[in-house]
Write a protein that binds this ligand. Structure first.
Ligand code: MN
Length: 336
């Protein structure tokens, strides 16, 4: 069972150890990338050795925030717990990595290649965090993991710089749909203001993450509008993106980063479902709900989790099985 840590205890842990390898989650989003990047820079500012695990699913859009942080050339694989030894230790002389994670809610969401890692400290904001790490600080009142990383850096005495501020702004703005979702609090704005005070230039970030779309993305939106299925007098909207469509339209992961919320933009829709085919022939379900429904509770029925407004799950059997499973789960909440 995981030991629950306050943010102050998490800060003391980070101060007391070294040689950090920081894990982002599978299918990384702006929050996990921005949180990991800012924490990595902050730990380095304290004189620690810190690296980001090269998550094989990092996409080009995040490259500016990852520059110089990815890899772990001077650390040993993280399967033996924390170590503070410097050079000259066992084996190759490299210290064993002390693994921490940001925004990872369960072991199944650890990045490919780190499925079995012994995670010493999980920093998270998912109410559904399953305690996969030895120690956990998870605060579901935070709109983004980036909010708690900001406070953690402050507890550690790190002075926020422009790079950290921009990474945290990416984290906070993307997890709130640019400050539009129900998870936004007054603290969310105070955090964004702190990022700007540190020198973050937010216009280019907002342009990349919330405005600019490549033409293949627009073609996808046209296809989705045409193929959307509606249930419950239009309160439930279901879309699917088959892999063949991804290929035909030459869509990249960056193109569809925020597509899960597409159906929710339609007036009258309370429950929006987006289905995709992912690794191993699985069907990935993304659910976005108005406050009338709890997305995390619905996805939990299928072994998934997340937040009340946004959650996900994966099921065997591709899109058809995912469609059947999620319609059954939603059907228990509202007559379809
Ligand atoms: Mn998050």
């Amino acid at each position: 069972m995981s030991v629950q840590f306050s943010l102050a205890e998490a800060a003391a842990f980070l101060r007391g150890h070294d040689n950090y390898l920081i894990l982002s989650h599978r299918r990384p989003d702006g929050d996990t990338v921005g949180s990991c990047a800012a924490l990595c820079r902050g730990l380095r500012a304290l004189g620690k050795t810190a690296w980001l695990y090269p998550n094989p699913q990092f996409t080009p859009r995040f490259a500016p925030y990852l520059d110089g942080l990815v890899g772990w050339p001077d650390l040993r694989p993280p399967f033996g717990g924390c170590s503070n030894e410097g050079g000259g230790g066992q084996g190759s002389g490299r210290p064993t990595a002390c693994v921490i994670s940001c925004d990872v809610a369960s072991r199944g969401l650890l990045p490919f290649g780190m499925e079995d890692a012994a995670v010493e400290l999980a920093l998270d904001h998912h109410g559904t965090n399953d305690g996969f790490a030895a120690r956990t600080h998870s605060d579901e009142t935070r709109a983004a993991c980036g909010e708690l990383i900001l406070e953690l850096l402050s507890l550690l005495g790190v002075r926020l710089d422009k790079e950290m501020g921009e990474a945290l702004y990416v984290a906070i703005s993307t997890d709130t749909g640019c400050f539009r979702y129900t998870n936004v609090t007054a603290d969310t704005f105070r955090c964004a203001a702190a990022c700007m005070d540190a020198g973050a230039e937010i216009f280019p970030i907002n342009r990349v993450f919330f405005e600019a779309k490549r033409r293949p993305r627009l073609a996808l939106e046209a296809w989705l509008v045409e193929h959307m299925e509606y249930f419950a007098q239009g309160r439930v909207a279901v879309s699917a993106i088959p892999q063949a469509l991804m290929e035909r339209l030459q869509l990249t992961e960056d193109d569809i980063d925020d597509i899960s919320g597409f159906g929710r933009a339609i007036e009258g829709v309370d429950v929006a479902v987006m289905l995709r085919e992912v690794e191993g022939g699985k069907g990935k379900i993304s659910l976005r709900c108005s406050p009338a429904f709890n997305a995390a509770a619905i996805c939990a029925k299928l072994g998934g989790g997340g937040h009340p407004g946004a959650a996900g799950a994966s099921v065997e059997g591709g899109i058809p099985a995912a469609r059947t499973a999620i319609l059954k789960a939603i059907g228990e909440e509202i007559e379809l």
